[in-house]
Design a protein around this ligand. Structure first.
Ligand SMILES: *Cc1c(COP(=O)(O)O)cnc(C)c1O
Length: 367
């Protein structure tokens, strides 16, 4: 058929349902609370080291093993270098984990409300994805994951709910699920959850994945890493070296290492975001929103008198972007990234204006 635009595509690609990233608007003037980016700049030390890395050495390939960066990460977590893998964003690290560790012919278990990239990787690698429902409070119930599986993937804190799973519950699951890999995606762990990295010595099936995109304010640099038993890391390395030997360029290696060295900057921007989260949740509650208890740099909130989609659209018209998911149980929620304090204040101002006519209407109706 001459009109078939996919006629040259490999058959496997025709059936893929790709991930849709949050909107990155063109032009300025937007308040971006839709993709969980950090509102604060990256470490000045990281910016300096990256500037220093831009010179004639760029004609040379970077270190394919990223030894210096992995050494830094290993030291910070009390691990050996062969227990650390680095990749081009944690999305790439996750992809290699799906390919290298989670394909065994049984279903992969993930929470039904979770990071929407997981089912996409399942589609790409031919893994059956089995969503496990969160409970009525939108919490992960670890006992529900005790069923035959090719692996388990849990974001902690979960996204987009923001709810953290206590380490004791994760341990409970690891003690009972020892025949397959448990991936804990800790993209948001620095905003208030306990890292499972401390359990790695005890559980050879545990893979912990972190990113510099959120808490280190380096989403544009694309650096993520995995921590786990050396045998798991070796699988990731084998996949990587069968795909792209140099996922991190020289600038990224220099910047990532400096960002991890600069603990003071990291502590400061993380503290500010957590403070603004406390403030924003209180303000949203005062406006009538119900917020799930967040341990992340975003909050999932719904207003009992407002549908999610029109509220998102009304904010968009005021140049404020928040994320809305067309998905059962959260279709009337908005996922709001914690911005700078000024951005949070602008959001609250916009919402109080948007909700005011309704509030007045309710007052009139009940008078
Ligand atoms: C943002 C995010 C990632 C991906 O982060 P990158 O390192 O930027 O690829 C992975 N998992 C979850 C749950 C995320 O929210």
């Amino acid at each position: 058929m001459s009109g078939d635009r996919t006629r040259f595509w490999s058959p496997a690609v025709r059936g893929l349902h790709a991930y849709t990233p949050g909107e990155q608007p063109q032009g300025g003037g937007w308040i971006k609370l839709n993709t969980n980016e950090n509102p604060y700049p990256p470490s000045p030390l990281a910016l300096q080291r990256m500037a220093d890395a831009v010179d004639d050495r760029l004609r040379l390939y970077p270190d394919p093993q990223a030894i210096a960066l992995r050494q830094t990460i290993a030291a910070q977590h009390g691990l050996q270098i062969d227990q650390v893998f680095v990749g081009n964003g944690s999305d790439e690290v996750l992809a290699h984990a799906f390919m290298g560790l989670l394909r065994h012919g049984l279903p992969l278990l993930v929470p039904d409300i979770s990071y929407s990239f997981y089912p996409v990787y399942c589609g790409l690698y031919g893994i059956t994805c089995q969503p496990v429902p969160l409970d009525d409070g939108y919490r992960v119930r670890v006992a529900d994951y005790l069923q035959p599986n090719s692996g388990i993937v849990l974001p902690n804190p979960n996204a987009p709910t923001g709810i953290a799973l206590p380490l004791s519950e994760l341990r409970w699951l690891l003690e009972r699920n020892s025949a397959s890999v448990v991936v804990v995606d800790e993209a948001y762990v620095d905003f208030g959850a306990e890292s499972a990295a401390t359990l790695i010595g005890e559980f050879p099936q545990l893979l912990v994945i972190q990113t510099l995109s959120k808490s280190r304010a380096l989403a544009g640099l694309r650096v993520g890493f995995a921590l786990g038993h050396a045998d798991l890391i070796q699988a990731l390395t084998t996949v990587k070296d069968s795909f792209n030997s140099y996922p991190l360029d020289r600038v990224a290696l220099a910047g990532a290492q400096a960002a991890l060295d600069d603990q003071a900057h990291f502590a400061e921007i993380t503290r500010r975001i957590v403070d603004s989260r406390t403030w924003l949740v209180a303000q949203l509650a005062a406006l009538g929103f119900e917020c799930l208890p967040s341990s992340a740099n975003f909050v999932l909130a719904r207003h009992p008198q407002h549908r999610g989609a029109p509220l998102q659209q009304a904010l968009r018209e005021r140049k404020i972007l928040v994320r809305h998911f067309n998905q059962a149980r959260i279709a009337d929620h908005l996922r709001i990234t914690i911005g700078s304090q000024a951005e949070c204040e602008a959001l609250v101002h916009a919402l109080s204006e948007l909700l005011a006519p309704l509030q007045n209407h309710i007052k009139v109706a009940s008078a």
